[in-house]
Design a protein around this ligand. Structure first.
Ligand code: AP5
Length: 217
């Protein structure tokens, strides 16, 4: 199954994409994660992306398009994939269609997670991420067993540099301006499903499973 998860920053795309990867045995492609990895390694791409991401803006379309093209060629994508955070504007959507067409593949479904502004801000300001394995936590809703320490690998938990309220507001503005038109685009293609993003992680996973017509977990 080839899926795309869409939604504003903090809607729960990364959280749900990991669950879909485990449930369906498909690859999880997070462009944000790939970019953060490049920033961490200090590659030329990472150095270029860092400032853009810290402002809450989008990294150039050709750069992220090439990253997705290379990632989709990796063996774990053969059994399917869940795209998380790409495409984010109409030119990126056109590039993705072209990439998939050349591979004889297509998107089966686009799932849109909707959440109120108040909830988005709560989720983003409370988010902590393991600096070693990338596991996601939330200070209120998914706290680690020990303060500041990852349950899985004992790595240090960090706050993302783009999760300050000022940058979050810019990311939300960019989402409204550039990503919002994609809902109409995929709606016209007849592959868009809207899912309420409020509720527990498990409740949302079951709503997604229902729109994908997956058997009960
Ligand atoms: P990216 O990393 O993709 O960030 P984003 O899209 O802004 O989304 P987030 O990762 O912030 O949120 P999410 O929806 O995944 O929520 P999560 O599951 O973590 O991109 C970062 C940057 O990279 C962009 O700003 C841009 O600069 C660049 N970039 C990326 N893609 C690009 C592209 N295509 N083109 C150009 N540039 C690009 O959940 C959030 C928190 O809530 C967590 O703490 C989690 O534990 C908690 N939580 C999740 N679900 C629930 C729940 N149901 N109940 C309670 N808490 C919950």
């Amino acid at each position: 199954m080839n899926l795309l998860l869409m939604g504003p920053p903090g809607a729960g795309k990364g959280t749900q994409a990991v669950l879909l990867r485990e449930r369906l045995g498909i690859a999880h492609l997070s462009v944000g994660e790939m970019l953060r990895e490049a920033v961490k390694r200090g590659t030329p791409l990472g150095r270029m992306a860092r400032e853009i991401m810290e402002r809450g803006e989008l990294v150039p379309d050709d750069v992220v398009g090439d990253m997705v093209l290379r990632r989709l060629a990796e063996p774990d994508c053969r059994s399917g994939f869940v795209l998380d955070g790409y495409p984010r504007n109409l030119p990126q959507a056109a590039r993705l269609s072209e990439i998939l067409r050349e591979k004889g593949r297509r998107l089966d479904r686009v799932v849109s997670l909707r959440l109120s502004l108040v909830e988005l801000l709560k989720r983003l300001t409370g988010r902590r991420v393991c600096g070693s394995c990338g596991a996601l936590y939330h200070l209120l809703t998914r706290p680690p067993k020990r303060d500041g320490v990852c349950d899985t690998c004992q790595g240090v938990l960090l706050q993302r540099s783009d999760d300050s309220e000022q940058v979050v507001r810019e990311r939300l503005r960019v989402f409204e301006e550039q990503t919002q038109p994609l809902f109409e685009h995929y709606g016209r293609e007849g592959i868009l499903s809207e899912v309420e993003g409020a509720g527990t992680v498990e409740e949302i996973a079951e709503r997604i499973a229902a729109v994908l017509e997956l058997a009960a977990a």
